[in-house]
Write a protein that binds this ligand. Structure first.
Ligand code: NAD
Ligand code: 6OD
Length: 488
C-alpha cells in the first residue's frame, strides 16, 4: 500500500466493490496520499446488511460450533501468513512505529480470533434446578443464539486490534457482521476481508463498508432497521449521536468510549519501574490509546524526582519515521487531530500550567514537517478544575499534580465524568488493592499498564461507555440468551 493510485474497496457479499465516491487515505508522517478509498453510499450499506441477513439464513448461524471455531483459527492463520502486509498497512495509515504495530496491533488482531474461537468451544451454559414451595420442579437452562446482523464501528488508534476485538466474538457467536472502520485507517479492514475470502468465510458473513459518520456509512449502518445490534468504539460524543440513531429501532449497544485516566504514584513505589511504566502509559502510540494516563497524581515526597524522571523519559523518545526501527513515537493521526492537541497545549499555558517539557511541534527539516507530529509534553501546576485536567486530549501529554493523602488521591482520580482506566503504583499491595477497589473505572492496573487478558471484562463507567466486552461478557453481548424452563 504505497501509492495513491491504490484503491481500497468495500467488501460486500464476498466481493470487493466500489461505491460511487472516493476519499483520500493520508500518511500522517508526511501528509502524502497513500491510497484512494471507495466510499459506500446508503445503497451499498443496505446491500451489505442484506447480504449479512441472507448469510444468516444460509446457515452460518447453524454451523456447528467446532467448525465455526476452526474457521476463526484459519482467519488468525491468514493474518499471521500476511503479517508484514498488515504491519505495513497499519503503519502507513496510522503513522505508528513499526515496532509497535509488529508487537501489539497485528499479533492482537490474530489473537482475538484464536481466543474467541477457543472460548466459544468451551463455553458452558447456565442451568438451574428449580423447586417451588408447592412441590413443582423444573429445569431452567439457557440456549445461546446469535443476535443476527451486528454493526461494528471502530476508531483509528488501534484499527485492526479494535475491529477484531469485536468481529471475532461476534462471528464466534454465529452472527454476521458489517464493519465500518475509521475513515482515517481503512486499509487493514479491507486486508482482513482478503483473508476472510481466502480462508473460505462464506459470502455475506463478514462485510466492510468504508466512509464517514454522520450522513455517511456510519449513520446508514446505525440507523438501519435490519441491523440487530451495534458495537462501537470511539469518542463519547459520537456514542451519544449513535444512541440517538439506534433509538427508533431499539437495538442492543455496546460502547467503549473516551477517558481521562488517572495514575496514582505512591512514594513507596518501585521508582524506576513506575517511571518506565508511566512513560508507556502517557506516550505509547503518541498518547492515542484510550487507556493512556493524562492525569498523574504523585505523593509529595517523590513529586519533584518523579517529574524530572518522566521529563527525561519524554525527552529521550525518538520521534521519527514510522518505518524506522529506532522510532518510538510517530505523528498524530491527522492535521485536524494535531490542531486539537496543540489547542490544548496553548490552553494549558493560558490556564497557568508550567511547561515541564514540550508544548509545541518538533522541526525535522525534511518531509516530516508536513506530517502531524507534536512534542511529547508534560505540564504541572494546573488547578484540578481546568479544562486541560478535565477533558480528554488524546495526545502524548499529561499533567502531574502532587497529593498528600491516599483519600485525596482517590478523590482527585474519581473527580471526572469519565471512568475508563486507572493505575496505582505502590509496593504496599494491601494499599494497591484498597485503592483499586475505590476507583470508579472499568479497569485498574496495579504496578503495570495495558497488560491485557482477553478473558477479562473490558469497558468503562460514566462517559467512558456502556457494557462490558471480553471473555464471556463478549459472548453474552453477541448472543441472544433464551432461558428454557422445563417442568419436570
Ligand atoms: P470517533 O468517535 O470520531 O470515530 C469512531 C468511529 O465512529 C469512526 O469509524 C467514525 O467514522 C464513526 N462515526 C463518527 N460519527 C458517527 C456517527 N454519527 N454515526 C456512526 N458512526 C460515526 O473516534 P476516533 O476519533 O476515531 O477515536 C478516538 C476516540 O476513541 C477517543 O475518544 C478514544 O478515547 C476513543 N477510544 C475508546 C476506546 C475504548 O475502548 N474505550 C478505544 C479506542 C478509542
Ligand atoms: O485491548 C483491548 O482489548 C482494548 N479494547 C483496548 C482499547 C484500547 C483503546 O485505545
Amino acid at each position: 500500500m504505497t501509492s495513491a493510485s491504490k484503491l481500497i474497496q468495500n467488501y460486500v457479499n464476498g466481493k470487493f466493490v466500489r461505491g460511487p465516491r472516493e476519499f483520500s487515505d493520508i500518511n500522517p508522517a508526511d501528509g502524502t496520499g497513500i491510497a484512494q478509498v471507495s466510499e459506500a453510499d446508503e445503497s451499498l450499506v443496505n446491500q451489505a446488511v442484506e447480504s449479512a441477513r441472507l448469510a444468516l439464513g444460509g446457515n452460518w448461524d447453524k454451523l456447528a460450533v467446532p467448525a465455526r471455531a476452526a474457521l476463526l483459527h484459519k482467519i488468525a492463520d491468514g493474518i499471521e501468513a500476511r503479517f508484514n502486509d498488515f504491519v505495513q498497512a497499519e503503519v502507513a495509515d496510522t503513522g505508528k512505529p513499526v515496532s509497535l504495530a509488529s508487537k501489539i496491533d497485528v499479533p492482537r488482531g490474530a489473537a482475538n480470533f484464536r481466543v474467541f474461537a477457543d472460548l466459544i468451544k468451551n463455553a458452558g451454559i447456565e442451568a438451574f434446578w428449580t423447586e417451588t414451595s408447592d412441590g413443582v420442579s423444573a429445569l431452567n437452562y439457557c440456549a445461546r443464539k446469535p443476535l443476527g446482523v451486528v454493526g461494528i464501528i471502530t476508531p483509528w488508534n488501534l484499527p485492526l486490534l479494535l475491529l477484531t476485538w469485536k468481529a471475532a466474538p461476534a462471528l464466534a457467536c454465529g452472527n454476521c457482521v458489517v464493519v465500518k472502520p475509521s475513515e482515517e485507517t481503512p486499509a487493514t479492514a479491507t486486508l482482513l476481508a482478503e483473508v476472510m475470502q481466502s480462508v473460505g468465510v462464506p459470502p455475506g458473513v463478514f462485510n466492510v463498508v468504508h466512509g464517514f459518520g454522520s450522513g455517511s456509512a456510519g449513520e446508514f449502518l446505525t440507523s438501519h432497521a435490519d441491523v440487530n445490534a451495534i458495537t462501537f468504539t470511539g469518542e463519547s460524543k459520537t456514542g451519544s449521536a449513535i444512541m440517538r440513531a439506534v433509538a427508533p429501532t431499539v437495538k442492543p449497544i455496546s460502547f467503549e468510549l473516551g477517558g481521562k485516566n488517572a495514575a496514582i504514584v505512591f512514594a513507596d513505589c518501585d521508582f524506576d519501574e513506575t517511571v518506565s511504566g508511566l512513560a508507556d502509559a502517557v506516550f505509547l502510540n503518541t498518547g492515542q490509546v484510550c487507556l493512556c494516563a493524562e492525569r498523574v497524581y504523585v505523593e509529595r515526597p517523590v513529586f519533584d524526582r518523579f517529574v524530572s524522571a518522566l521529563k527525561q523519559k519524554a525527552e529521550g523518545l525518538s520521534l521519527g519515521w514510522p518505518g524506522d526501527s529506532k522510532t518510538t513515537t510517530g505523528p498524530l493521526i491527522s492535521k485536524e487531530h494535531r490542531a486539537k492537541v496543540l489547542s490544548y497545549y496553548e490552553l494549558a499555558k493560558k490556564e497557568g500550567a508550567t511547561v515541564v517539557t514540550g508544548g509545541g511541534t518538533p522541526e525535522f527539516g525534511d518531509a516530516r514537517d508536513n506530517g502531524f507530529y507534536v512534542q511529547p509534553t508534560i505540564f504541572t501546576g494546573l488547578p484540578e478544575s481546568t479544562r486541560c485536567v478535565k477533558e480528554e486530549i488524546f495526545g502524548p501529554v499529561c499533567h502531574i499534580a502532587p497529593f498528600d493523602t491516599e483519600e485525596e488521591a482517590i478523590a482527585k482520580a474519581n473527580d471526572t465524568k469519565y471512568g475508563l482506566a486507572a493505575s496505582v503504583w505502590t509496593t504496599n499491595l494491601k494499599r494497591g488493592h484498597r485503592v483499586a477497589e475505590k476507583l470508579r473505572v472499568g479497569i485498574t492496573w496495579v504496578n503495570c499498564w495495558f497488560l491485557r487478558d482477553l478473558r477479562t471484562p473490558f469497558g468503562g463507567a460514566g462517559l467512558s461507555g456502556i457494557g462490558r466486552e471480553g471473555g464471556l461478557h463478549s459472548l453474552n453481548f453477541y448472543s441472544e440468551l433464551n432461558n428454557i424452563c422445563v417442568k419436570l
